[in-house]
Ligand binder design. Structure first.
Ligand code: BES
Ligand code: ZN
Ligand code: ZN
Length: 500
């Protein structure tokens, strides 16, 4: 799909023209502006139609009007909601709705005059529209027969602006790169676990490693054993698929000297989580191909960085493996020694993500980053606490936590902080090892966070994102169909672009 800028002087040439309206304060009476106003002048009945149809201008509300004669064939009106409750996400939504509404059209024009909203911070309107068009156009059809695939017809999206300039073109490109990276992460997660094996994850990482400014290292089981990654390898024991540690590196160049800081992103990469011998229920396993959502976010981000070219060095790391039950699986009661020397009593083999992170995070810290961010579909408790729409965040550096939450809000991803209460550290003390991999009755997300913190050694600024809720959606949304969401690719891209 092509996304181009069109100045107002040229005719809006799309077969579908999308215009937006704020929620009407006086019950259904609108004063159309911009393109909608000229449309109203020409045809004279826009207001009447909207009133008849009881269009309120609620956020995401749409009205598709088909037009006789030549030229544009459809007018799509999209509600923006209340002006004082504006969130930039609604701009993405407008583009997504325009692309979706035009099932039989090849080009959609979006008029952006109506978005004359004071933008305090964050991405420009054209970037948001580019993101929305590409995210909204996503579907996962790889495993469907042709007759079951809804064809995508929109080939061109025109954004109607007052003037064209190179900055706007750049913003479109940036939006495209971020959204395409998100869709790439969605593809990785949506692909069935029997195909998206650790080996396949390595292949995908190697492809990314060939992009400009990137390189990749892969450690096999032997290499991980030599380093002493007993936590990670214990999880891998039950699977017949070999585990790998993926290490991608983005190094900026041509910025005149040394990079401005170094960030390590560690993604949980369980390509399938059966629970191991602490087996999940059938229903509990249904979506567990998404347990590499953290690794997918990392891979999506690294791919985007090749084009975004921020002035920071970024290390993307993931310990990828399946978590399976078998005669060779790790057993409740086992004790393992990790990279830092710290030992773990494995009391529940389904709390496997933290075992892999216990090795992957110290490995990341050996790269001497200024900051480590780990992203993991870590706890069901986080889904209970915050639901499907919100990620949990914890860490040892409040400033960075605040900055990530802010990046999330600009990126359209909600993140909420949970407290790393020291008092709960008692709950992960073991009788036989240094720590155990489960906590007490409550606060499962927090005890998981405290557990990970034990492995942030030597101490480094660290932030943990629990995306067990938002990595997957059971509902269709304007910007994402049911299934994998590609959670945190956007947030991380916005975050990394700002540098540290
Ligand atoms: N991958 C799961 C967490 C999860 C649950 C992600 C639901 C997405 C949706 C994780 O490995 C897990 O099973 N955690 C256990 C931990 C418990 C045994 C301490 C959980 O949350 O039940
Ligand atoms: Zn598990
Ligand atoms: Zn898991």
């Amino acid at each position: 799909m092509e996304i181009i800028l069109q100045t107002k002087k040229a005719a809006a040439s799309g077969d579908l023209v999308a215009v937006t309206l704020w929620k009407s304060p006086n019950n259904g009476r609108f004063t159309p502006t911009g393109l909608a106003a000229s449309w109203d002048r020409q045809r004279g009945d826009l207001q009447k139609t909207l009133q008849q149809e009881k269009f309120k201008g609620k956020r995401g509300e749409t009205k598709l009007i088909s037009v006789a004669g030549k030229g544009n064939r459809y007018l799509l009106i999209v509600g923006l909601g209340e002006k004082n409750r504006f969130e930039s996400e609604v701009v993405r939504q407008v583009a997504a709705l325009a692309v979706k509404a035009g099932h039989k059209v090849c080009a959609a024009t979006i008029s952006i005059e109506e978005f004359s909203i004071p933008q305090k911070r964050g991405a420009s309107t054209v970037q948001l529209l580019a993101e929305g068009a590409i995210l909204g156009n996503y579907s996962f059809d790889l495993y469907k027969s042709k007759e079951n695939v809804v064809p995508k017809t929109v080939q061109r999206v025109e954004i109607l602006t007052a003037t064209k300039n190179p900055r706007l073109e750049k913003d479109i490109l940036r939006g495209k790169m971020i959204a395409e990276a998100t869709n790439f992460a969605r593809d990785l997660i949506n692909t069935p676990a029997s195909d998206m094996t650790p080996r396949r994850m390595v292949e995908e990482a190697k492809k990314i490693g060939r992009l400009p400014h990137l390189s990749v290292k892969v450690l096999d089981r032997e290499a991980c054993k030599k380093l002493g990654m007993g936590g990670f390898l214990a999880v891998a024991k039950g699977s017949s698929e070999p585990p790998y540690l993926i290490h991608l590196i983005y190094r900026p160049s041509g910025q005149g000297g040394r990079p401005r800081g170094r960030i390590a992103i560690v993604g949980k990469g369980i390509t399938f989580d059966s629970g191991g011998l602490s087996l999940k229920t059938a229903q509990g396993m249904e979506t567990m191909k998404d347990d590499m959502g953290g690794a997918a976010a990392m891979l999506g981000l690294m791919r985007a960085l090749s084009g975004l070219k921020p002035p920071v060095e970024v290390h993307g790391i993931s310990a990828v493996t399946e978590n399976m039950p078998s005669g060779s699986a790790d057993k409740p009661g086992d004790v393992v020694r990790t990279l830092t020397g710290k030992t773990i009593e494995i009391l529940n083999t389904d709390a496997e993500g933290r075992l892999t992170l216990a090795d992957a995070i110290p490995y990341a810290i050996r790269q001497k980053p200024d900051l480590v961010v780990d992203i993991a579909t870590l706890t069901g408790a986080c889904v209970v606490a915050l639901g499907e729409l919100c990620a949990g965040i914890m860490g040892n550096d409040q400033k960075i936590i605040d900055r990530l939450i802010a990046s999330g809000s600009e990126a359209g991803e909600k993140i909420w902080q949970l407290p790393l209460l020291e008092d709960y550290r008692e709950d992960i003390k073991s009788n036989v090892a240094d720590v155990k991999n489960i906590g007490g009755k409550g606060a499962g997300t927090i005890t998981a966070g405290l557990f990970i913190e034990e492995f942030v050694r030597p101490k480094t600024p660290w932030v943990h994102l629990d995306i067990a809720g938002p990595s997957w959606t059971d509902k269709d949304h304007d910007l994402c169909p049911k299934g994998a969401t590609g959670s945190m690719v956007r947030t991380l891209a916005y975050f990394v672009e700002k540098g540290i």
